[in-house]
Design a protein around this ligand. Sequence first.
Ligand SMILES: [Zn+2]
Length: 323
Amino acid sequence: MKQYLAALLTLLVIICVGISDARGLFSHQRSPEEDSREVISLQGDGAHNEGSWETSPGDPEETSPREEPAPGPAEGEGGDTPPGGEKKLVEDPTDLLVLVNKEYNLPSDYTPPDLVEPNITFSFSEDLPKRLLRREAAEALEALFGRAAADGIQLAAVSGYRSYDRQKVIFNHRAQERGFEVANRTSAYPGQSEHQTGLAMDVSGSSVGYGLVQSFGETAEGIWLAENAPDFGFIIRYPRGREGETGYSYEPWHLRYVGVEAAREISQRGLILEEYLLEMRAAAEETVAEEGEGPQAVEVDEREHWFAAEQTEDLGLNPSDKG
Ligand SMILES: [Zn+2]
């Protein structure tokens, strides 16, 4: 009887440990950068980086708070409907200040018009699309890397442009591995990745083995990058302490090109891109409202004039339209 009880107890302990392991496995929240690690491993990148992509136990990335997207539709895995309801498409994906996040999505058929490969150091040797950036961002990144080298800072680019289809493959791969519900909760939907804009590049340094890890932010290279990137038009898009607003954990490696003027203001005032663009829109609306009082009369006159002309044509009174 004693032996039987002991065996039963052992069995119970094994079951409990099993359950807590499984929960640990599924409770880990993934950043969009972890998806890029998957891209990399799926594309067969060098093993050189593979180890460094793993998050070490106790890494802040494991515990930093993140907003979870609401549960999505039951069907259409990795399809065109993102979690959290109806998607809003960005108005102009080619705009250098385009906002892409969990609310504003890129069209599935959008490919940046001017992708080029910057002449910089990469953390991998393969010829892959993730080397690409839009021309203006690529030139700015070359200049940034040039300044870094002059300052004795060794940086390498890890992941740039990523297509909608690539993101979809990653999402579906994850859904196959863990089920749709988990994939939906833990990885970025296609159309919601800034990497599809061709304006984002993940950058890391030698002291963390060119890994995409939060500890990069505390290295000499990470500190240099945060200080100098804005002078070349780049921002650290997902800063520490703003996880609730950006929806993503702190990513000291994710650079987003927005141009020098915007980058300097965003960085100096400690804004996130969402705040900066809201301010810009409010300022633009104010200007329109102010201007509206003056030249309004002229505009109305012009409209009436045009309307009259159109009516004339409709009535067939304009001889030049005939035969
Ligand atoms: Zn990134």
